[in-house]
Write a protein that binds this ligand. Sequence first.
Ligand code: ADP
Length: 406
Amino acid sequence: MIILVINCGSSSIKYQVLDMKNDNEYSLLAKGILERIAMPMSKLTHKPTGKTPVVMEMPVADHKIGMRIVLDALVNPEYGVISSFSDIDAVGHRIVQGAEYFDKSVLVDDEVIRKITVCCDFAPLHNPAHLLGIEAVSNVLPDVPQAVTFDTAFHQTMAPEVYMYALPYQYYKKYGVRRYGAHGTSHQYVSQRGAALAGIPLDNSRIITCHIGNGSSVTAIRNGKVVDTSMGFTPLEGMIMGTRCGSIDASLVPYLMKKENKTPDEMTALMNKESGFLGMSEGVTSDCRDLVDRREAGDERARLILAKLVLDITKLVGSYVAEMNGVDLIVFTAGIAENNPWLRRDVSANFAYLGAKIDEEVNAVARGSETIISTPDSKVKIAMIPTDEELVIARDTMHLVEDLRK
Ligand code: ADP
């Protein structure tokens, strides 16, 4: 079954085409990104498996035209990967916010569209773009079934005392103010892969997954179900990130707004786009690679920021150990945690008191493929698992379409 996986942002369309035989046998036919939609010049980077990648620049007025350009690249005789649009069996979309409406992936219908639209309120930068993507696909491929996979769905098993904030209860009832979490697809995937690799039965397990990339979150998962997660009402809460501040004293929000004469939108931008690595480095970089290079060159600020990164992860993992009364497996994933052995080593060292022991040699070279990085006698297993959210979306879409065909 050929599945087109779409991740629509406000000015971009990321895509992958997967040929799915079953859950475990599949091949990636192509992936790519169309960026800067509705700007003077857009850029398509298309990477067909086994063929030379292509980069093209052209003006793209909106997502509908963008979707057509992506599909044209997929059927191009030279760099395409399918012969016609009708080869596509289904399209799966990544959706950032599904709130309490969705605890699993579903096929798109009018009611689903209505609920995703209601959720725009919680994810004003993301959900409207996802809806544009669904509409664009409906336009270009009207007969192809579409499914949606939500970043929040895996987190829907949290208990009320975990997801409620100690604010007046009426705001939960009135506006849905609560913890929703994010990166759910990734936490679900790496926890399942990690448990399988470590030989831990998922239905009798305590797993902590650390998704550390540009956006970062840590999740506690007991018996395959989320117990707690660090992102909250929005993906701002939790730990330090590339440009996000993570959890801060809430009183700082009105304090800085008054001092700096900022509007709510400006304050939101400050916390989401001007903070984290970028803000703490006074605008030098939001990229972890630069910080590591600078720390190695003796830069004190880079040392401070990376020390905070390790501390934030440690505090979250430690609190989740307490919430689950122990941990069997810690999993590291996403750009930063997959590529920085020192980070995995330093965080793991803080759990030596639990008997967690990293294999320094294995850890130092673990990159790109699933690896157990703890020693055989470690009381807590530790793994590095490259995340693959698109695969989860493709699998879910495949199952939904199979059910539809029955
Ligand atoms: P996103 O949350 O946007 O998906 P990623 O998971 O790709 O982000 O993570 C991006 C982060 O990963 C950046 O801070 C980058 O520095 C870091 N990173 C990516 N590749 C490497 C690498 N080879 N070495 C060190 N850090 C890396």
